[in-house]
Design a protein around this ligand. Structure first.
Ligand SMILES: NC(=O)c1ccc[n+]([C@@H]2O[C@H](COP(=O)([O-])OP(=O)(O)OC[C@H]3O[C@@H](n4cnc5c(N)ncnc54)[C@H](OP(=O)(O)O)[C@@H]3O)[C@@H](O)[C@H]2O)c1
Length: 306
C-alpha cells in the first residue's frame, strides 16, 4: 500500500466551510497540504484561497480545478428543515448537481486532478431493522436512499476520466460543534432527555476526527477505490446513545419515550432521520487497514465533552 504523503499537494474542498470540512481543513493543513475551498459565499475569513461557485445555478471559477491535485466534495443542503417538495429538490440538487458540475469542469479543464473523494450517507441503506449492512448491501428505494444512489452515480462519472474515486458513506457524525449530537444533547442537558420512537433503532455513528482521518486515509492510499462506510464497528441502539450522552454529562434521564407517531406529526417525512434503524459495519474500511481512534461510544463522547 502506498503510504507516502505528497508534500504541498493541493486539496480543493467543495463545501469545506461545513462541519466536516472545517475540521478536515485543519487536519490537512497540519499535515502540510495546501488547502482551498469552493463555496457559495465570499465572506469566509481564511488564510487560504476560497473559490466561488453556485452548484445549483451551475457557475464555477475554473481556476479552482486547474490548481487542484485532489478534490473532496462535502457539499449538501442539510436535512434538518421540513421536507417540503422544494426542500427535497434542494437536498438532491445540491449533491447531484454539485457533483455533475465538478465532473464537467474536470473534464473540460486542463488539470491534474488525481483523486475525487465524495461524501455519501448511510441513509443509502435505509430502514433495515437489525440486519447488518456492509458496503456490498443494496440501496434503499426511499427518498434518501435514492438521493444517495444518484449522488454516488454522479461521483462515479469521474472514473471515466481516470480519476480515482472514493465514496464515504457517512453515519451520524459526533462533534460538539454541530450535526446531530448537540440537538440530541440539548433536552438531556435540560433534564428532559428521552429516547425518540421505540429507542430500539440502530444508530451508526463516527467521531468527527475519525471521519476526517478516514478522508485523509482515502486520499493517501492510492489503492482505495469505491464505497467505504464511514461508521465505527460498534453501532448502538438510539436509546443507548441517549443514555450514554446523559451518563457523560452526569444528567438524569427523563424516561418516557417520545412516541414515533408524535415525531411523524411534528417532523413529517424527515422523522425518518431519527426513527430509521440502520446497523452498518465498516467492512471495507477495516479491510483497508484503517484504524479507529474512537471505536467505542464512551471514549468518543468523553473526548467530545472533555
Ligand atoms: N454531519 C453528518 O452527520 C453527516 C452524515 C451523513 C452524511 N453527511 C454528508 O457529509 C457532507 C458533509 O457534512 P457536514 O455535516 O459537514 O455538512 P454541512 O456542514 O451541513 O454543509 C456542508 C457545506 O455544504 C454547502 N451547502 C449547504 N447548503 C447548500 C446548498 N443548498 N447548495 C449548495 N451547497 C450547500 C455549504 O458550503 P458553502 O456555504 O461554503 O457553500 C456547507 O458548508 C454532506 O454532504 C452531508 O450530507 C453528513
Amino acid at each position: 500500500m502506498d503510504q507516502h504523503v505528497h508534500m504541498r499537494k493541493s486539496v480543493l474542498i467543495a463545501g469545506g466551510s461545513g462541519l466536516v470540512g472545517s475540521r478536515l481543513t485543519r487536519l490537512l493543513l497540519e499535515r502540510d497540504y495546501c488547502v482551498s475551498w469552493l463555496s457559495r459565499s465570499n465572506w469566509h475569513k481564511t488564510s487560504f484561497c476560497v473559490f466561488h461557485w453556485d452548484p445549483v445555478k451551475g457557475t464555477i471559477e475554473k481556476s479552482a480545478i486547474e490548481q487542484a491535485d485532489h478534490v473532496i466534495n462535502l457539499t449538501g443542503a442539510n436535512l434538518n428543515a421540513r421536507w417540503t417538495p422544494e426542500r427535497k429538490k434542494l437536498i438532491v440538487d445540491s449533491r447531484v448537481k454539485s457533483t455533475d458540475l465538478l465532473f464537467k469542469t474536470i473534464r473540460e479543464t486542463q488539470n491534474k486532478v488525481q483523486t475525487y473523494l465524495s461524501a455519501s450517507g448511510t441513509s443509502y441503506y435505509g430502514n433495515r431493522g437489525d440486519e447488518w449492512l456492509t458496503e456490498d448491501s443494496p440501496a434503499a428505494d426511499d427518498f434518501l436512499g435514492t438521493c444517495c444512489q444518484r449522488w454516488e452515480k454522479a461521483a462515479c462519472q469521474m472514473e471515466s476520466l481516470g480519476v480515482r474515486t472514493v465514496r464515504i458513506r457517512t453515519g451520524m457524525v459526533l462533534s460538539s460543534n454541530g450535526g446531530a449530537l448537540p440537538v440530541l444533547a440539548r433536552p438531556v442537558k435540560a433534564g428532559v432527555g428521552a429516547a425518540l420512537g421505540s429507542g430500539k433503532q440502530w444508530v451508526s455513528w463516527i467521531h468527527i476526527d475519525d471521519l476526517c482521518r478516514l478522508y485523509i486515509h482515502a486520499l493517501e492510499n492510492k489503492d482505495l477505490e469505491g464505497a467505504f462506510n464511514g461508521v465505527t464497528p460498534q453501532p448502538v441502539r438510539h436509546k443507548h446513545l441517549i443514555k450514554e450522552i446523559a451518563k457523560t454529562l452526569h444528567k438524569p434521564l427523563w424516561l418516557p419515550h417520545v412516541p414515533a407517531f408524535a415525531l411523524r406529526a411534528v417532523l413529517g417525512e424527515m422523522s425518518s432521520v431519527v426513527l430509521d434503524s440502520t446497523r452498518v459495519s465498516p467492512k471495507h474500511t477495516l479491510e483497508s487497514s484503517f484504524r479507529f481512534q474512537f471505536a467505542e461510544l464512551p471514549s468518543a463522547l468523553a473526548e467530545i465533552y472533555r
